[in-house]
Design a protein around this ligand. Structure first.
Ligand code: G1P
Ligand code: ZN
Length: 542
């Protein structure tokens, strides 16, 4: 029986670029989930008789919300839903399922790399039929609907068993519980040379993959250990837990410290990697060398032709504006276009759909290609493995060879977290106001060549995105970028991105902080970070 339940709107259900993100207790308010899910459905014209994919990263509250979403899908005209067993689907696997099964769209439950648990983070995101995050047109419609919603529709039914594979009926809608790994693993087998990688492992190559008790555990076990023959135990923290074992499932040098230390030690394996809560980010570490995401994108682009899925070459490379210019040099040598987009994966969607870019990446550990419409952590790890299997060199040798050939882009990001919103916004506003007077000026020891506020013109649909970050270029080829985070939950986070290009092999083992010391000083002086925020040092350095 379908029930129509009266409800009153909440005014804070505005989906950001990564969906609606709130703390679990916030989602547990009466009808909060139901209101948002109904607002999604109300914004989708033509959903009648269609297929919907539903899954999440397994965090606390995942199962409850999946049951609600299923009952509501059944009451809102969907003919079929495809759900990962146990309610599990990594974000890239969900994107793949939407595309492979020609679904109308999908609901992904995740708060990415943020912690999980009864008082931690949760999120609901809608992806469209191309497998990518809903475009602004849809998220705006969802928000508008959520502010005037008066009722929602839900089937009165008991919880479905989501732990057994197979097809069941839910009020006339077919629910198909699928193995979350199967289709995704098959896609990876088509893209990469699994024989060559198996051969690499057979020859004694060792690896550590930290799944951080998040969604990639089952994917990594099946693909790396079962199909590629990596030793049992290669996957660390492989059991997805609702609270990620109490840790932040964020694959950076702070939260994946254990892996990092192991990779820098004497008995380090050949290759180390990690992924985040929902499986879209990646961390790559070779024995004795951390590969910055900006360099990783450039290296993957330069070597992608070694993998069967990319043997025909790349159509183009896209990177977010704050990502280093390392990929630009590869694009130039390959004679393919390089697109510089604002921060956020959604800006890559049009380029991928239009066939203009094959590989995309962000400095924040997101890398991906046109195989899905999300960034993809395990995909990046497998492309690295394919390259290592083809070249039979160490990560360090490959990185150093790349720098010798293309030059090196020293890179670091300094984050000032939880600063008050007012001074953070004033700092940015002041920089914007001073843009015209910056060229030719020197605050500490470097001279500004040019400065602007990044604006993006989408070459596919002609849309414009303005005020996407202040770029300051110094004489001699260094750059500083300032922007405020759009994903933070408390106060403001100021991100300062610093880089310098060194054409020759100028000290392969040099520490970026040291190589960038003068750029860091100059950027701090120009923006007056200390005076405005009272902070003398960044909270996180990556
Ligand atoms: C951050 C990253 C950005 C990424 C986004 C979603 O956004 O910097 O590259 O796309 O998370 O994963 P920010 O907090 O900087 O707005
Ligand atoms: Zn994520």
């Amino acid at each position: 029986m379908i029930k129509t339940v009266p409800t009153t709107p909440y005014d804070d259900q505005k989906p950001g670029t990564s969906g609606l993100r709130k703390k679990v207790p916030h989602f547990q308010q009466p009808n909060y989930v139901e209101n948002f899910v109904q607002s999604i459905f109300d914004s989708l014209q033509g959903r009648d008789g269609q297929t919907l994919v539903i899954g999440g990263d397994g965090r606390y509250f995942n199962r409850e919300v999946i049951q609600i979403a299923l009952r509501m899908a059944a009451a809102n005209g969907f003919a079929r839903t495809i759900v990962g067993r146990g309610g599990i689907l990594s974000t890239p696997a969900a994107s793949n399922l939407i595309r492979a099964r020609a679904a109308f769209g999908g609901i992904i439950l995740s708060a990415s790399h943020n912690p999980g648990g009864p008082t931690e983070d949760f999120g609901i995101k809608y992806n469209a039929s191309n497998g990518g995050p809903a475009p602004e047109r849809i998220t705006e419609a969802i928000f508008a609907r959520s502010r005037e919603i008066a009722e929602y529709r839900i089937l009165a039914a008991a919880d479905l068993d989501l732990d057994a594979l197979g097809t069941r009926d839910l009020g006339g809608m077919t629910v198909e519980v699928v193995d979350p790994v199967e289709d995704y693993a098959a896609l990876m087998e088509r893209l990469f040379d699994f024989d060559a990688i198996r051969d690499l492992f057979r020859g004694g190559f060792t690896m550590a993959f930290d799944a951080m008790h998040a969604v990639t555990g089952p994917y990594a076990r099946e693909i790396l250990e079962n199909r590629l023959g990596a030793a049992a135990g290669t996957v660390m923290n492989g059991e997805p837990l609702p609270d990620f074992g109490g840790h932040h499932p964020d694959p950076n040098l702070v939260h994946a410290r254990e892996l990092y230390d192991r990779m820098m030690g004497d008995d380090a394996p050949d290759f180390g990697a990690a992924s985040d809560g929902d499986g879209d980010r990646n961390l790559i570490i070779g024995r004795g060398i951390f590969v910055t995401p900006s360099d990783s994108l450039a290296l993957l682009a330069a070597n992608a032709h070694l993998a069967p899925g990319y043997a025909g070459g790349l159509k183009g490379i896209a990177r977010s504006m704050p990502t280093s210019a390392a990929a630009d040099r590869v694009a130039e040598r390959l004679g393919i276009p390089l697109y510089e987009t604002p921060t956020g994966w959604k800006f890559f969607g049009n380029l991928l759909d239009a066939g203009r870019a094959t590989l995309c990446g962000e400095e924040s550990a997101g890398t991906g290609s046109d195989h899905v419409r999300e960034k993809d952590g395990l995909w990046a790890v497998l492309l690295w493995l394919n390259i290592l299997a083809a070249r039979r060199q160490s990560v360090k040798e490959i990185v150093h060879e790349h720098w010798r050939s293309f030059g090196r882009d020293y890179y670091t990001r300094h984050d000032y977290e939880g600063i008050d919103t007012a001074p953070a916004e004033a700092l940015m506003a002041d920089l914007r106001a001073r843009l015209p007077e910056l060229p030719g000026s020197t605050a500490a020891s470097m001279t500004v060549e040019r400065a602007d506020d990044f604006a993006y013109h989408d070459p596919v649909d002609g849309s414009e995105a303005r005020a996407q970050g202040i770029r300051i270029y110094f004489r001699g080829g260094a750059r500083a970028v300032f922007r405020l985070s759009g994903t933070g939950t408390s106060g403001a986070t100021l991100r300062v991105y610093l880089e310098r290009y060194a054409p020759g092999p100028d000290g392969l083992d040099r520490d970026p902080q040291e190589a960038l010391a003068d750029v860091i000083t100059e950027a701090n002086a120009i923006a007056g970070i200390r005076a405005r925020t009272g902070r003398t040092a960044p909270d996180v350095v990556t």
